[in-house]
Design a protein around this ligand. Sequence first.
Ligand code: NAD
Ligand code: 6OD
Length: 513
Amino acid sequence: MLKGRAKGHGTRTATTTNDTSLEDPSNMKEIKNFINGEYVTNASGKTYENRNPVDNALIGMVYEAGKPEVDAAVAAAKAALKGPWGKLSVVERCNLLDEVVNEINRRFDDFLQAEIADTGKPAHLASHIDIPRGAANFKIFTDTIKNVSTESFEMRTPDGKTARSYGVRTPRGVIAIICPWNLPLLLMTWKAGPALACGNTVVVKPSEDTPRTAALLGEVMNKVGIPKGVYNVVNGFGANSAGAFLTAHPDVDALTFTGETRTGEVIMKAAANGSRPVSLEMGGKNAAIVFADCDFDKAIEGTLRSVFLNCGQVCLGTERVYVERPIFDKFVAALKAGAEGMKIGVPDDPAANFGPLVSKKHQEKVLSYYKVAVEEGATVITGGGVPDMPGELAEGCWVQPTIWTGLPETARVIKEEIFGPCCHIAPFDAEDEVLEKANDNKYGLACAIWTQDVSRAHRVAQKMEVGISWVNSWFLRDLRTPFGGSKQSGIGREGGVHSLEFYTDLKNVCIKL
Ligand code: NAD
Ligand code: 6OD
């Protein structure tokens, strides 16, 4: 148990409170739902534990939203569409949302500490990626919606007169946002940002493992004057809990999800009731392809990032590396040296670049794959277990950065998503051969290609069956570009104008002149 952290847990009676101040977000011992501008508990009295992955200490209790709370959140979101929010002009709405950005930045450290408490990730990682992107996700879409026009056409009518048609974008209504735990604020605002910029209202269901930043954002919404009911948060799990109640709710007009493919399939079925639009960002088993003509040092540096950033918990991360045979041994040795040079440590250790996994459950899953790899006959180049951690940190969710070679393409650790800090490296001899291997997977999210041959870069990037191909880079994001997965990695694209396609209803008005 960490000093100063919550000790108690159990059940409570339902209450509503106007106290919206979460004084110390990293040390918040009770994490409530945020409904209609207020922090509320629940009618059932059910709570669940919030643990810090660094040492698995109990740091808070979360009030699980049951059906009554989900109903209240959706009702608040529906009512807010007809209130002051629905009457704002686009520019007024965007100005308010730009204030959300300013307030997140003003409370940057609160968001940082909240994210770190939930995820255990290095502070410099969260302060360079999670929190700035969490804020930027509002700004990019207020800029987009203010600047994108709709089409307009004139036509000759049979009586010799004319008619003009033009497009109008209107909000879809109440949007359900279901989020994962790996980049909690970033991936939530990636959907809440465009949804709100387009004039919708939202009900967010954060991951059960990472509820803090979504809760804290409620304070920001109240502070800047976002009307009540526009932004709501319900906490809980999937089946028979807040996730399922929310996705089944008939007053939810569209559903947007990030998480595992099998969960996405369940959500897609829920969306079929009422024929509601759905956007799914799902799992991946991403390949890196390293040609012998690459800039070797840059390929190593980039692959170390794509395999190990965020302890391998990035959906775009590399778990399969294919290296052209002339540089295979040199590449394996350099990646091993890089992996062994990673500094495992607690979030506020400025030298640490490798934190724990998010939970004990996820640690068990990743370690089970480490075992499977050995059973399947892998050569363990480095890692494969749990690092020795001192004192109370030994209870945390740590695993070693891990590299394997020597497995056939049919091996489970080459086919299945692990979502941990690990990769298999295999040699290849020809472009066609590596394309076939890299594409031989049910997922199709992203890839990284390392080569200095421009023609080959274009050729291979376009033949990869993925939503995003990076050449000589990885996770380099221009937020105006389409983001999403092919095959079983996703349905739909978000980002820039593509988000407007999902978060608005595009109507045509035709006027006979
Ligand atoms: P998950 O699918 O287990 O959970 C995601 C969310 O869905 C959670 O909030 C969970 O409570 C909820 N949920 C679960 N069952 C549900 C149900 N029946 N109805 C409604 N909601 C339900 O995923 P996770 O473990 O949180 O995240 C890791 C996964 O997310 C990985 O597969 C990763 O690749 C994927 N991911 C994809 C992207 C992307 O952009 N494609 C981004 C990040 C993570
Ligand atoms: O950068 C993004 O917009 C995005 N959605 C990243 C997803 C990362 C997955 O873990």
